[in-house]
Design a protein around this ligand. Sequence first.
Ligand SMILES: Nc1ncnc2c1ncn2[C@@H]1O[C@H](COP(=O)(O)OP(=O)(O)OP(=O)(O)O)[C@@H](O)[C@H]1O
Ligand SMILES: [Mg+2]
Length: 238
Amino acid sequence: MPCVMSNGYDITDDNALVIDINHLTKNYNTGAGDITVLKDVNLHVRRGEMVAVMGPSGSGKSTLLFILGLFQPPSTGGYKVAGVDVLSLSRDQQAIFRREMLGFVFQTCDLLENSTVYENLELPLIYAGVRRRERPDRIREALRMVNLEHRVHQPSNRLSGGERQRVSIARALVNEPEFILADEPTGQLDRENSLRVLEYFTKITEEARTAMVVVTHDNMTAEHCTRKCVLTDGYLNG
Ligand SMILES: Nc1ncnc2c1ncn2[C@@H]1O[C@H](COP(=O)(O)OP(=O)(O)OP(=O)(O)O)[C@@H](O)[C@H]1O
Ligand SMILES: [Mg+2]
């Protein structure tokens, strides 16, 4: 548990509330005026829950995930993680929070282009202070979960779209984060690899009691979740 979270909140409780979003709104300023993408969004996710967020393209799913990952601020509303008002943390504290608590799978699978799969997965371990000799086993294990051990030394710019997606999932999970945000994690995967990833997600939510929010268009992915929400016209229902 990172120092920024040392507030006496008992996150070791198996059902602790991890994500606590209340009355959240988000406006974007576009050339043609303001648009409101999120309106009065409330979301509460406990440890051991894997929540699917569905909704049409452009409905604000990635926006919501970026706010949850503290990559951008909401316009109004409250956001607590494990009882901490994370919106009022300094930028440095927010960076520590992201590094130590969060695993984020980006919709665009932003890998380091001139690096190998190994180097992509090693980076979060270096930031987290994991010793050099412990890293190979952690990296191999994360790659095994996404069926990519044989690509460990491959440069990331020579991977297929689905392989890149699986590396980006492995990179988000290699640090064993407290909570995971995944934007279309199975969007480019075939059924077999989707199932493998989803079974892995289910295992860590059940065994490590991770809290997870998964944005998806895919019904099979949503069915693996413990709960489903739908974002339409700025409102999150379900
Ligand atoms: N930085 C920005 N500035 C202005 N408008 C933005 C910005 N980012 C997103 N938008 C707009 O906000 C709306 C929601 O975008 P968002 O990326 O959250 O949708 P989404 O539900 O993730 O869509 P998709 O399923 O296609 O990934 C869209 O209309 C988009 O054009
Ligand atoms: Mg999106």
